[in-house]
Design a protein around this ligand. Structure first.
Ligand SMILES: [Mn+2]
Length: 331
């Protein structure tokens, strides 16, 4: 296996060298990823965790959600014994590595731990990465953080086994929308080939990630679709806490709704407002390419990519949409 996968490294060699040196010197390494982790965040973190553990490092991994729970869709990922809730995370880690988090804020409850850490290696693929931490392994052209995690694994001398590959594959398929998004380069498929060659079950992973849900999801989806609105190339809807409460549906189950709403032929931009358990609106935005919704989201305090972005709003649905349309008009 080559040491630099098969594509040119956008990460400076000096950054890789410094990261490897810090990892080599550390006895305990604290891993973290962004709040409400998706397959890329959690998968990249656990994959690297396996390799660090095999190097004899003490590994602890977490994410800073107030209610600490692995999203149901990701419970099939191996390596979850590495996870601890934020309260059990080292207060001032010697070395911390963050995955898929574009900003310090996205670390949630682990922000103080990050600020207190002696060294912080940031592994990420968000163009908007704010550049926190002391070492940046950041490549805005990579389709997933999992691609950078794979490179880190090779450079550490690690080998892909089925567990590690399952974690990385979850990241790769999540962020490329099952190899459908424009980010799906030859390098993405080449990486997928290396992962699948370990014997992982692509069918089982696909079913876990996309092809199952509790019955309540169908009812909540029905409510969301019942009030979907189309106006001037924008399609949008919202889901309230009350919608979910009727079926005991956790917030994390709402992630796929945007993928149905964004199908709309007549719309260039799709938006779903999801009320979280604290009553804030988590706004998911998708673009078909003509509009940079990453810029719209950034103007509203969020982040993301050209075609997929999000932010948090604390207004009513109506006020949130007024502000959103205003920013969309500028884009
Ligand atoms: Mn990602």
């Amino acid at each position: 296996m080559s040491s630099c996968a098969t594509e040119p490294c956008a990460v400076p060699e000096a950054a890789w060298r410094r990261a490897l040196k810090l990892i080599g010197q550390a006895d305990e390494i604290a891993l973290s990823c962004h709040v409400s982790p998706d397959g890329d965040a959690l998968g990249s973190m656990l994959a690297v965790g396996f390799v660090l553990r095999s190097m004899g490092k003490r590994v602890v991994a977490s994410f800073g959600d107030r209610q600490f729970a692995v999203p149901r869709l990701l419970r099939f990922l191996p390596g979850q014994d590495m996870l601890v809730p934020p309260k059990d995370y080292p207060a001032a880690p010697e070395l911390m590595i963050t995955f898929d988090s574009s900003t310090f804020e996205r670390l949630g409850l682990l922000r103080d731990h990050t600020a207190a850490a002696r060294e912080v290696i940031v592994v990420d693929h968000h163009l908007s990465n704010a550049g926190f931490g002391t070492v940046g392994l950041i490549d805005g052209t990579a389709a997933a953080t999992a691609m950078l995690a794979e490179q880190l694994i090779y450079r550490l001398g690690g080998r892909l086994d089925r567990d590690i590959a399952t974690c990385l594959y979850a990241g790769l398929v999540t962020d490329t929308g099952s190899f459908r998004h424009s980010s799906t380069t030859p390098a993405v498929h080449q990486m997928a080939a290396r992962l699948v060659a370990t014997g992982l079950r692509t069918d089982e992973i696909a079913r876990e990630l996309w092809d199952r849900s509790p019955f309540g999801y169908l009812k909540v989806l029905a409510a969301a679709l019942d009030r979907v609105t189309l106006e001037d190339g924008l399609v949008w809807t919202y889901v309230t806490r009350v919608d979910r409460a009727a079926y005991g549906l956790p917030y994390a189950e709402l992630e796929g709704i945007i993928d149905i709403v964004r199908r709309t032929d007549e719309a260039q931009v799709a938006v779903v407002l999801k009320e979280d358990d604290q009553g804030a609106w988590q706004v998911s935005i998708r673009s078909k390419g003509a509009v940079d919704v990453g810029a719209v989201s950034a103007a509203l305090g969020g982040g993301g990519h050209h075609n997929a972005a999000g932010y948090t709003a604390h207004d009513t649905v109506e006020e949130t949409m007024v502000k959103f349309r205003r920013e969309l008009g500028k884009a």
